[in-house]
Design a protein around this ligand. Structure first.
Ligand code: CS2
Length: 504
């Protein structure tokens, strides 16, 4: 029997102060929950936060998923978040902090949403003081290894050619900042909530590079310099496991009596660490557990290498070993041993831990979170966009390990499994779609090199968007990936795991 704690939305905002780009499950279950808790608190207790009601959210989908925008509108913007501690305890929260939902992307039939003007007006409105983003790593259009704007991408090229009708997140931010500057309004702060190292600095890099390219075309009149000098881009570390919703998760919610098309299922754990740089003000996040700090760096690196690094290993090695979800994979003793070994021998020694956080305790907590079987977190979901994720999750740590003469066996097996994965054939010989901006390149590499392990692995390591030369050209790195790859070709992935989980 599940014990359900219900928390209703005690208050509704009076004004919109935040525009969010990327109305996905994560935004609804993370930032929106913190904002709702701020609002509920300001209603309930003596927090004296008279400003709380001015932090309502306008949330936009700028690429896909018109259906969700329609569902939220129909539901009067109220939805539920089910937070599972374990299969016996769930908190069901009602959220009412989103006050407007917009669609400017393309729906399944290729039709563009027509809310672009409303969105730009909202971003340029005097009341808008913060723009937040969850657009995933690829939504910044930066080359993952070097942080250079991908001007060859067709969406960025379109935003360079047509700055007034932007389609990308950097394009929308530049266009809205241009309007604010013209109207003499102060800029909003831009808060990235995506899993990238230095996500604030990277967001600034994408926005400033795009503005500079538009300036070259005579559109921006020094806008790039103005943005660099005037706009705050605080970094943040976000953490909550929020799998994509499936039919099974909607069924799970109906069993709790919650019939809500816009609902989200997630874990009970949640963390948000934010650099405190909001010139136009911010919600009193610290009252609801957000850690406001000067430097997010140590938190980000810890989370990216320990949690997300392990996730990517689970995704690639796990898929090759025939597992479907995180909970199923981590329940396997060989996989659990492998992840433990990665965390303790390859990730933890590279970290400058945040003050007061014990790395052993953090690792144990992660394994328990991965084991939460109320979440059907599909490995295939995590495996998506590997080209965008590998550098910060696995490669930066590998580089550090090698320079300190430590082994990278687990990381190398993860990279080798990723190369296998990009072929789109699982452990049972079934084919699947590989979803990644570099997908076409993977197809070409597999077609050109076939089963020749040596040339295939070297061709992958030569992808400079992912592997910087200083790492790829190290013999010890290439050798480690190559020998792991050969193991995967010669043996069943579960046998390889069994050996890797205990070897040292
Ligand atoms: C996952 C993350 O899909 C993925 O790549 O590793 O979304 C992960 O669940 C979150 O970062 C947890 O905070």
């Amino acid at each position: 029997m599940v014990e359900v704690t219900r928390v209703s939305a005690a208050a509704t905002p009076e004004a919109i102060g935040i525009v969010h780009l990327g109305l996905g499950a994560f935004h609804r279950a993370h930032q929106a929950v913190y904002l709702q808790r701020c609002l509920n608190d300001s209603d309930n207790d003596s927090s004296n936060d008279s400003d709380a009601g001015r932090w309502g959210v306008c949330s936009a989908n700028i690429r896909s998923n018109r259906a969700l925008v329609d569902q939220l509108r129909e539901a009067g913007y109220r939805y539920h978040v089910a937070e599972y501690g374990d299969s016996e305890h769930v908190t069901l929260r009602e959220i009412d902090v989103i006050q407007e939902a917009l669609f400017t992307g393309q729906d399944k039939s290729g039709v563009w949403g027509d809310d672009l003007d409303v969105l730009l007006d909202r971003m340029a409105a005097p009341e808008t003081r913060i723009v937040t983003l969850t657009v995933t790593e690829k939504g910044y259009y930066l080359s993952p290894a070097e942080g250079r704007l991908r001007e060859d991408d067709s969406s960025i090229a379109a935003d360079i050619a047509n700055p007034e009708r932007p389609r990308t997140a950097p394009g929308l931010i530049v266009a809205a900042l241009r309007r604010r500057r013209e109207q003499g309004l102060p800029p909003f702060a831009v808060l990235s909530c995506d899993n990238m190292p230095d996500n604030g600095r990277r967001t600034r890099a994408a926005v400033v590079q795009l503005a500079a390219r538009q300036d070259e075309g005579g559109q921006g009149e020094g806008l790039a310099e103005w943005i660099e000098a005037n706009v705050a881009f605080p970094s943040s570390m976000v953490d909550r496991i929020v799998p994509a919703m499936t039919d099974a998760s909607f069924d799970q919610l109906r069993e709790l009596g919650c019939d809500d098309d816009a609902a989200v299922v997630c874990e009970a754990f949640s963390q948000w660490v934010v650099e405190d740089d909001f010139p136009q003000g911010r919600p009193q996040w610290e009252h609801v557990g957000v850690e406001m700090v000067d430097d997010v760096g140590p938190f980000e690196t810890m989370k990216l290498r320990m949690l997300n690094g392990s996730h990517s290993l689970l995704a690639y090695v796990g898929t090759m070993a025939g597992f479907a979800t995180v909970a199923e994979a981590i329940a396997d003793p060989a996989m659990a041993g492998f992840i433990h070994r990665y965390m303790t021998e390859e990730a933890a020694p590279t970290l400058d831990m945040p003050v007061g956080v014990d790395v052993g305790g953090y690792a144990e907590q992660l394994v328990a979170r991965f084991g939460n079987d109320s979440l059907k977190h599909r490995l295939q979901q995590i495996a998506m966009d590997g080209s965008q994720k590998l550098p910060q999750r696995l490669l930066h740590g590998a580089e550090q390990c090698l320079s300190e003469e430590r082994s990278i066996d687990c990381t190398a097996l993860g990279i080798a499994a990723w190369i296998r994965y990009t072929k789109g054939v699982d452990a049972n010989g079934e084919t699947f779609d590989v979803s990644d901006p570099l997908r076409e390149i993977y197809v070409q590499l597999h077609a050109a090199h076939g089963d020749d392990a040596q040339s295939l692995v070297m061709a992958f390591l030569a992808l400079r968007d992912i592997f910087p030369a200083r790492l790829a050209e190290r013999d010890d790195f290439a050798q480690a990936v190559m020998s792991a790859y050969r193991e995967l070709v010669d043996h069943d992935a579960r046998q390889v795991l069994a050996v890797s989980s205990s070897a040292s």
